[in-house]
Design a protein around this ligand. Sequence first.
Ligand SMILES: Nc1ncnc2c1ncn2[C@@H]1O[C@H](COP(=O)(O)OP(=O)(O)O)[C@@H](O)[C@H]1O
Ligand SMILES: [Mg+2]
Length: 419
Amino acid sequence: MATDTLNVGVALGGVAPEHEVSVISALQAAAALDRDRYTPIPLYIAKDGTWYTGAPLLNVDRYADLDALLDEALQVALRPTPHGHVELIEHREVGAWGRLTRPPRRIPIDVMLLGLHGGAGEDGGLQGLCETFNVPYTSTGVFGSALGMDKVMSKRVCEQAGIPVVEFVAFREEEWAYNEEEGLDRCEEEIGYPLVVKPARCGSSIGIARADTRDELDAAIEDAFRYDSKVIVERAVEEMREINCSVLGDAHEATPSVLEEPKPSDDDEVLTFQDKYMREEDGGGAKGGGAKSADAAPEGMASLDRIVPAPLSDERTDAIQDVAVRLFHLFECAGVVRIDFMIDEETDQLYFNEINTIPGSFSFYLWEPSGVSFDELVHRLVQIARRRHREHNGRVQTYDVNLLSEKSLQGLKTGGGDG
Ligand SMILES: Nc1ncnc2c1ncn2[C@@H]1O[C@H](COP(=O)(O)OP(=O)(O)O)[C@@H](O)[C@H]1O
Ligand SMILES: [Mg+2]
């Protein structure tokens, strides 16, 4: 690897249902990294939670035979070093004599490109690890990631900011378990059918169901609790258009992309996991997929049928982009996000639906028609990550005074030791 490039740790996989989708997104981004500036170092989080690195992990075709791939890969752990760097350190069992036969391999990482969807990769968990290890990373921080992952809290924050959301009711599992009938009454009285039930912190339409009767509602809520300990029940918008907008930037400046209107297959009301990721190439519909990904990986989110730019008036487009940028700042985002809206066609009302702080395919298919190539997008992500890291490290974080020095401790009873 060239020595004057930055080592970009590309995190992919993850312990989440969107594991494979993440592999595609992250490898698309790795392929878009300018090799004169960056050297991608894959960090694959297997479904069992173990971590690997190694060049073969950058090749999407190799994922067809995972056992063979992991045999060739190097199992690693992340290790902090002073001054905002981390390294991947080879993780090996000790030999027969209780010692390693050679020192473990180490690979320095300058910045982490987080390409995980759902679970701890997107909900602030991995972001927290990067913060703790003080390495720059390309996503929204711990707070915004956790907030964005939570459909209940997201909507509460929007309500507080005056951004419309559909009527909803939320339950914690503990509340629900003891007051099922009351809970069902609340949904019926405060909203009424048809309803949509969702686990609060999942994605990819997992655990989402529509309910038209009390029995269906009861079953849908029970089912949603299999995925999460918190469930949201919303009014189903029957005549609905979905409109999404990506936003790129940080607290200093944020730019909205063109809008997209995704299209579910057939007449399904809900975009399913299959719609999003497992669609056969049928040659129909407007595709947003770009050239860059084609040689790197299957298209992932980019293969979904969609209209880009969404057919809306200029005024409407501007207004939605403005709300998207407001939301980006409200959620304290950084890097690239995708904000999903719904328009209720009966009333023409726009609603915030959800924010994806690590959007499928990094939303590159919305940036290309906005004049930002995929290469430029990932370059900007790395720059934003490094700037945030510099700013963070420029703030006071520790004091040089040792409060545990002998002088400071004089007279303090610790209750332990020789006191
Ligand atoms: N309140 C609603 N009314 C009608 N359809 C909805 C509603 N909420 C979600 N949907 C449909 O379900 C899909 C998935 O819901 P969403 O909230 O985006 O969850 P996910 O995080 O799983 O993508 C949406 O893309 C939309 O098609
Ligand atoms: Mg969604």
